[in-house]
Design a protein around this ligand. Structure first.
Ligand code: HEC
Length: 150
């Protein structure tokens, strides 16, 4: 009699833990990929305007920079413990081994994208300048925190 609630609780808890251990990491890894893929597309579209491959459009440029700032603000939420491997992740172990450095890289990306949005570039040259500063983050963070696979 007295055991029953405890057993029910244990069963319920292990079900919750099972869900947390399976579905959640995959969701985080998927979110990471989607955010960075968007980032890649926006960077490409931005530089296409800078290079005159597509016409400069101030509103579209601002939308690109705003999305990139959104990525910068949200990307760091998707690296809880338990998401180090699996799902084809390219996240490097350094993210969990040197969390302060990863946070610093995220903070710099947030700051540079926020400054780019605030600059509201009005022509291709101005966009090139802010995008250059923003794009330096891609390379430096990837060098330390991304392991490129196949
Ligand atoms: C603060 C660190 C950081 C910054 C800054 C950063 N990235 Fe990434 N990026 C990563 C990590 C970590 C991964 C691997 C994520 C994973 O596979 O779980 C990644 C993966 C990617 C991917 C592969 C996405 C996929 O489909 O798996 C692309 C594309 C990408 N980044 C583009 C960019 C571009 C472009 C920029 C700059 C505008 C940028 N990144 C800035 C950390 C960063």
């Amino acid at each position: 009699m007295t055991l029953r609630p405890g057993l029910l609780l244990a069963a319920g808890l292990s079900a919750v833990l099972a869900v947390a251990a399976t579905a959640q990491p995959a969701d985080h890894i998927k979110a990471r990929h989607e955010l960075m893929e968007q980032n890649g597309k926006d960077t490409k579209a931005g530089f296409a305007m800078v290079q005159g491959k597509t016409p400069f459009d101030a509103a579209a440029a601002l939308a690109i920079l705003t999305r990139m700032n959104g990525v910068a603000n949200n990307f760091g939420k998707h690296f809880p413990k338990g998401t180090e491997t699996g799902g084809g992740t390219e996240a490097a172990p350094a993210i969990w081994e040197k969390p302060a450095e990863f946070q610093a890289a995220l903070a710099k990306f947030q700051k540079d994208t926020a400054a780019a949005v605030a600059a509201k570039p009005a022509d291709a040259a101005a966009l090139g300048q802010v995008l250059g500063t923003v794009a330096a983050n891609c390379k430096s963070c990837h060098e330390s925190f991304r392991v490129k696979k196949g």
